[in-house]
Write a protein that binds this ligand. Structure first.
Ligand code: SF4
Length: 216
């Protein structure tokens, strides 16, 4: 099966399996998604979702968070780990939003990448989820799954994986496809155990099963 055909089939099957694909970070405003995605590095989305209400209670908008000291932010976000560097990035990011973007999150990859602490993964997440633009979010689930499925061949570097996926995933499908990969990666195609291929909706189109028979 060619990669594009395989991708099309996988997209459709995952839509059936996970009809309600959405970002698992809670947010109501674009800037809050930027904060949460920075906090989510090496932390679970669940924990981030528990921590951020306390941050927004104290600092309810971009300007308030831009005025906060790094230490004040760190005090609240440290349960997410890497407290100081995350607080420093959030502070610098909010300051730049306030000073250069009129406190609004920009809607281009180029501008998003200028924000401190924002890499391609975060920028794609914002572009797809907030602005409805074509986006491919290459987090660890995405990278593991698309390699196993045979949509990319042995690439681990996020930008390279993203570029390979752009060739075979229709832009408008990318954002939801990546959300569904996260759900599938947590529930079935797991990282810390052998994948549960025997109960996977993709077992007849997945390269991992076809080539090596790995999995349960
Ligand atoms: S068949 Fe196995 S390796 Fe392939 S996507 Fe499903 S769980 Fe993952």
């Amino acid at each position: 099966m060619r990669k594009k055909e395989r991708a099309k089939e996988i997209i459709e099957r995952l839509k059936e399996a996970y009809p309600d694909a959405a970002c698992t970070l809670d947010y109501e405003d674009a800037w809050k998604l930027l904060v949460s995605v920075r906090l989510a590095a090496q932390c679970t989305d669940e924990r981030v979702n528990r921590i951020v209400p306390g941050l927004y209670e104290k600092f309810p908008d971009v300007n308030a968070l831009a005025e906060a000291s790094v230490e004040e932010i760190e005090d609240i976000v440290k349960p997410c780990g890497l407290g100081h560097s995350k607080a420093r990035d959030i502070s610098a990011c909010m300051k730049m939003l306030r000073d250069e973007f009129n406190s609004k999150v920009p809607d281009t990859m180029e501008e998003l990448l200028r924000l401190p602490g924002v890499g391609r993964k975060s920028a794609n997440l914002v572009l797809g989820d907030v602005f409805g633009k074509p986006a491919i979010v290459t987090d660890t689930h995405c990278i593991r799954l698309v390699n196993r499925m045979g949509l990319v061949d042995g690439f681990k570097e996020p930008k390279k994986v993203e570029m390979e996926l752009w060739k075979i995933i229709p832009g408008e499908e990318g954002s939801d496809f990546c959300h569904r990969l996260v759900l599938h990666g947590r529930e079935v195609c797991t990282a810390r155990t052998n994948p549960y291929c025997d109960r996977c909706c993709l077992k007849d189109v997945c390269k991992q099963v076809g080539v090596s028979g790995k999995g349960r």
